[in-house]
Design a protein around this ligand. Structure first.
Ligand code: NAD
Length: 483
């Protein structure tokens, strides 16, 4: 197998630079080293933040039309490099290239385009008062934004944060996850080529605690933090951010329910459940790994879902026929496998998978896990409560609507849910009753970028998307005009 070698660098003040010790980048499908990246220390983080602060003076005053043109050029370059970015994302994450090409990569450019247009077309509020005064609202950029991304969907997260931050006039220091630095480094090259002025976008690499992540969140000149990652990390960042009263937006973990009523279209329910269970090897915050099926169709659904999951091709992520790729790292594979072991020692039954697939070299060295289905679980079992973040799902029966609402809401997370039914009234009732930021009815992972995105409970704080992003990434100022 031919491996590339990515010599990743920081991007600070318009320059690609080294700085700090280098760490290895590992291809999840074979555990082969495919590059290295530098770990930013305090000096590099400070240089990036200072560059962003200097650039803010100009970028915040650049006309919206001009910003839009540059961002559109950036999006255009992303589109022109879609095939390359799809491959890079697979080297970074181990996700099947087929999933990247099918829908994932086109969303990257769309994130930038959407916010470039949104910023250029949104209006503001004005309130003429009875006494002749006029109050109006100005929305102005906040300053330097720290954007911290997880490893599971790196390019989607990077652009989802950069798009609104830049379009509304902020400058950014972006830190991708240490496990997936390649794509964001390549994005920085495209941003540079698109003509984003030096310092407007900065990318630094490194780890979280006592490394680039912590130094960035502690930096006094960072005014806002958009963070996506684990709930426990969010709690740490919130404490750190409190010291300098930074504005925060958190997109955290999930443990979505996928609720299938007896009247659902069964074939479609199986197809949706395959995606919501195994997209990105189940390493997906929005996944629906708790499948709850109404009793009259429980056995039939389970049989068909199990048969369909068994047919999924697991293996070489660059093979266009592959549907399930490798988990991000060996430690993560061990962690996910640990949940399967916990299930084995309980009353639960593993009806599919549960082990490593047999793959030819070099993929026998990769972090692959068979799609795994666990049944006979109790709602309080750890596999039903904790975010596993792998291709492992539970399937359980229910009888009544009220019962399934309680089951779905009976976790600490509240990010997303799937409801499958042909009864519109029931869909409306569940939409209101479920504790989740996004609820899909008879589908999965479809979203208009204008709607609020975020989670309830332990799944996050705040919402982004459309004018929710405008609110987060701008200061609202009231001007009262006298007559
Ligand atoms: P993580 O919390 O370990 O790391 C996320 C990022 O935070 C990384 O860049 C990491 O280096 C950095 N980081 C870690 N500790 C830090 C600290 N103390 N200070 C500053 N930065 C720090 O998360 P992960 O394992 O990379 O990602 C998986 C998690 O992300 C899952 O829980 C998943 O549900 C969640 N996620 C949520 C969404 C969403 O939209 N809600 C989307 C994708 C992923």
């Amino acid at each position: 197998m031919d491996y590339p070698f990515f010599q990743v660098q920081h991007y600070i003040d318009g320059q690609f630079v080294d700085g700090g010790p280098r760490f290895e980048i590992i291809y999840p499908a074979t555990n082969h080293v495919i590059g290295s990246a530098p770990e930013a220390g305090m000096a590099e983080v400070d240089a990036a933040v200072q560059a962003a602060a200097r650039a803010f003076r100009q970028w915040s005053r650049t006309s919206v039309a001009e910003r839009r043109l540059i961002l559109k050029q950036f999006a255009q370059l992303i589109r022109e490099h879609e095939a390359e970015l799809a491959a890079i994302e697979t080297w970074d994450v181990g996700r099947p290239i087929s999933e990247n090409r099918a829908g994932y990569i086109p969303r990257i450019a769309a994130n930038i385009e959407f916010f470039a247009d949104f910023a250029a077309t949104h209006g503001s509020e004005a309130y003429p008062m009875d006494n002749g005064y006029i109050n109006y609202v100005l929305r102005q950029p906040v300053g330097v934004a720290a954007l911290i991304a997880p490893w599971n969907i790196p390019l989607l997260q990077a652009t989802w944060k950069m798009g609104p931050a830049l379009a509304f006039g902020n400058t950014v220091v972006l830190k991708p996850a240490e496990l997936t630095p390649i794509g964001t480094w390549r994005l920085a090259q495209l941003a540079h080529e698109a003509g984003l002025p030096p310092g407007v976008v900065n990318v630094i690499h490194g780890f979280g605690p006592n490394s680039a992540g912590e130094f960035l969140t502690k930096h006094p000149d960072v005014r806002l933090i958009s963070f996506t990652g684990e709930t426990t990390t969010g709690k740490v960042i919130m404490t750190v951010a409190a010291a300098t009263l930074k504005r925060v937006s958190f997109e955290l973990g999930g443990k979505g329910a996928n609720i299938i009523f007896a009247d659902a279209d069964l074939e479609r329910a199986v197809a949706i459940s395959l995606r919501s269970s195994f997209f990105n090897q189940g390493e997906f915050c929005l996944a629906g790994p708790r499948i709850l099926v109404q009793r009259p169709i429980y056995e039939t659904f389970l049989e068909r879902f199990q048969a369909a999951a068994q047919r999924l091709n697991v293996g070489d992520p660059f093979d266009p026929a592959t549907q399930v790729g490798a988990l991000i790292a060996r430690e993560h594979l061990d962690r996910v496998s640990g949940y399967i072991e916990v299930a084995r020692t309980s009353a639960a039954r593993i009806v599919l998978g549960g082990g490593r697939p047999e793959l030819p070299a070099p993929f026998d060295q990769g972090n692959f896990l068979q799609p795994t289905i666990i049944v006979d679980v109790k709602p309080q079992d750890r596999v039903c409560q904790e975010e596993i973040f792998g291709p492992v799902v539970t399937v359980a029966p229910f009888d009544e609507e009220e019962e399934v609402i309680a089951m779905a809401n009976g976790v600490s997370y509240g990010l997303s849910a799937v409801v499958q039914t042909r009864d519109v009234g029931r869909a409306v009732r569940l939409g209101a009753a479920l504790e989740a930021g996004t609820i899909w009815v008879n589908d999965f992972f479809v979203r208009d970028l204008r709607v609020p995105f975020g989670g309830m409970k332990n799944s996050g704080i705040g919402r982004e998307g459309g004018h929710y992003s405008l609110e987060f990434y701008t200061e609202a100022k009231t001007i009262c005009l006298s007559n």
